[in-house]
Design a protein. Structure first.
Lengths: 415, 415
């Protein structure tokens, strides 16, 4: 199935927002064996979209659109689809009901603009959108599948997961027999090139229709095994075979599999071992605590933390010694360790992680350049600390500090 | 000048990485009056790129490419450009010198793959790339400008800033009369459709070459005014005229203009008024503190906070009364207010924001469904609190809680 992804919106075209939808849709389609050959972004406008549809339908089996379904005058997608399919609007009662319920629950009036969202082209399949007001639409005309989705990422993703992906998956299975199956091996503590050297030439252990991709990120390198197969059970067996082979070679760097993350693996270990964690954060301002609590059920391991942004609060709340701040500075091994030790006592947890650093882009010195971060980890019998430097981008610095803190906790839990 | 942005790479097409280059290039071109009408992303491949160039040159004055210039076998852009322009490679001595210097400084050998980067099509203008190994290339053939840049974002941006933008700006100035000017009005506390109702039909107050776009987000709806003009001063005056008209109608919802955000406007007010802020967070786990500290210079207003995830810590650190937790529950007006009052005393700040809620997706009850959030704001003389419900998506819930907390602080600072 050849797929084109068509994202619509002036704000995308002029670069006011980054197009995250196209990548998300492309990845979701690729995972079920769709072949995404092209992304196109155009401005809002009936003629622009009409031209694009007329030209794309000649080459593609599926055109996935997002954007232009809002209630205001610059949203033209529905109007364009009516013209393109020579269709007329009808009222979709379930959507109107859901709009009414939504409005009632939020105590908001339902104006005409919103009610118009329940009008849909008569020939489309309506794709419910419980997260927003504009439903998705699916047309299947002359062997081409057209899907139109809202531009709001959470709404687009919800409709893709609930309706579009299952629909496309079934089609792909019927048409091409073989569909892809994937399995991911998660590694940490080793760069991509060193991992590739260890693993060696993939052709030596992979057969036809099998693939191995390296996906590097801040969280470590993920290895994605792929296999094209007509048989899910056979595919699964073969994936496990390859995984076993790879674990023999790179096992010490493997921390998990599949959709797990370093966070989920680490917090699962905390729960298993009945341990708790707390945080004392300076340059990250709360980001580490936010990370630990982004998963549902986090109260099983996360107790709380101290955002000791000022030096005064480092002393007052985490009992860091004034002398340590004075002699070594707030960004130092000594202060990081005292923050972790003090936080652990105050917050009464098995482990306490601390982060103190110069997030940037200003504030660096010769000895402690921007990006210098100390991370401490206190447990009952010891405190460990590490120095990092992630460069001078403030946001990247903070994100990587959080990931490294979790990696240090993971190290402690598996050692 | 009609511009198409063409990004090249398998990893973009299958959605493995998000296309930040396209947005960056589009924004840079739009700011100098280029009209970006289309973004296209295609896989690596000579025929794909040849087809695209043949079709784009019919409609566009400028084709900006990024990607496919690396040293490995899947990088095909240079080879394609040679075929497209029927050109031949020549050695570009300054590039070779710079490659040699680079290699020497880093103590790395210069292999053939890298030296080949100094071979360029004979008819192109070479755009130096001090940040990487592949130089950019510019062709000006039959009134179409073709620019090919590396896909590495920092290298692409450097060459754009140093060479491409100045070149395009000169062309646009010479060739084009009208160029676009933009101005953004930032609103909060009103949904897109209600705002559109208040403003009414844009055609009634906009003239030819003027536009109004609604850009909704969690932070509120941004209104982008656009105007095509030959005269920057006149354009600016007219934008201010339209802004004045709109402020009359929707002024109470306007919190700022241009590139500001609710966060930056709010923290600017804190600094102006010499006020400080602290936070006491439960369901957001630190996300509000992380938001306040994501800007450089945040120590001017943000002192710190307490991540009181457990009830014990709400009592121990923020001095919430045990009776309040028992009678009203952790997610209640009373507890939110006590958290803010207690936090303000402990952390010694002008204002203290508290957030306590049921982030979801589990943990709701009939009376307090998932998504129920109480936000408190304590100042010297009073404490205010508000109840929200943002639905059952944990991540959205937490993000919107953070935005609403900042909105409450903004309200307090402007009232």
């Amino acid at each position: 199935m050849k797929i084109a992804i068509l994202t619509i919106g002036d704000e995308l075209c002029i670069g006011q927002i980054i197009n995250t939808n196209a990548a998300w849709m492309a990845q979701a389609c690729t995972e079920i064996g769709g072949i995404v050959l092209r992304h196109i972004t155009i401005k809002d406008g009936i003629d622009l979209l009409l031209n694009e549809l007329h030209s794309l339908k000649k080459e593609y089996d599926c055109i996935l659109m997002s954007g232009g379904l809002g209630p205001t005058h610059d949203d033209k997608t529905k109007e364009t689809l009516l013209a393109y399919f020579n269709d007329a609007l009808i009222l979709h009662e379930p959507t109107l009901d859901s709009l009414k319920t939504r409005a009632r629950l939020r105590g908001l009036p339902l104006n005409q603009r919103n009610m118009d969202q329940a009008l849909v082209p008569s020939t489309c399949t309506v794709l419910e959108n419980p997260r927003g007001t504009a439903p998705g639409m699916l047309f299947h005309v002359e062997n081409v599948i057209y899907v139109s989705l809202p531009g709001v990422p959470s709404e687009m993703k919800g409709i893709m997961q609930d309706h579009v992906i299952p629909f496309l998956r079934k089609h792909i299975e019927q048409e091409q027999g073989k569909i892809p199956y994937y399995h991911t091996i998660l590694t940490k503590g080793i760069p991509e090139s060193a991992l590739a050297d260890l693993i060696g030439e993939p052709d030596l252990f992979l057969q036809k229709d099998e693939s191995l991709a390296f996906l590097p990120s801040y969280q470590g390198v993920r290895l994605r095994l792929g296999i094209l197969s007509i048989d899910p059970i056979q595919a699964q067996q073969r994936l496990m075979e390859i995984q076993a082979f790879l674990k023999n070679v790179i096992g010490e760097y493997v921390y998990g599999f599949g959709k797990a993350s370093l966070l989920s693996v680490t917090t699962d270990l905390l729960i298993q071992k009945q341990c708790t964690i707390s945080v004392v954060e300076s340059c990250t301002g709360g980001l580490l605590g936010a990370e630990f609590t982004k998963q549902s059920g986090s109260s099983a391991y996360f107790i709380g933390g101290l955002q000791t942004y000022s030096n005064d609060l480092k002393m007052q709340l985490a009992h860091v010694a004034p002398e340590s701040l004075e002699h070594f500075g707030a960004v130092s091994k000594e202060v990081a360790e005292e923050m972790a030790i003090g936080g652990r006592k105050v917050l009464k947890t098995t482990y306490c992680l601390s982060i103190t650093g110069i997030a940037g882009p200003d504030g660096g010195t010769q000895v402690k350049p921007v990006g210098t971060v100390w991370i401490g980890l206190a447990s009952e019998h010891e405190v460990v600390s590490k120095r990092f430097n992630f460069g001078n981008d403030r946001a990247i610095n903070r994100e990587r500090s959080v990931m490294q803190a979790i990696a240090m906790l993971h190290d402690a839990l598996v050692s």
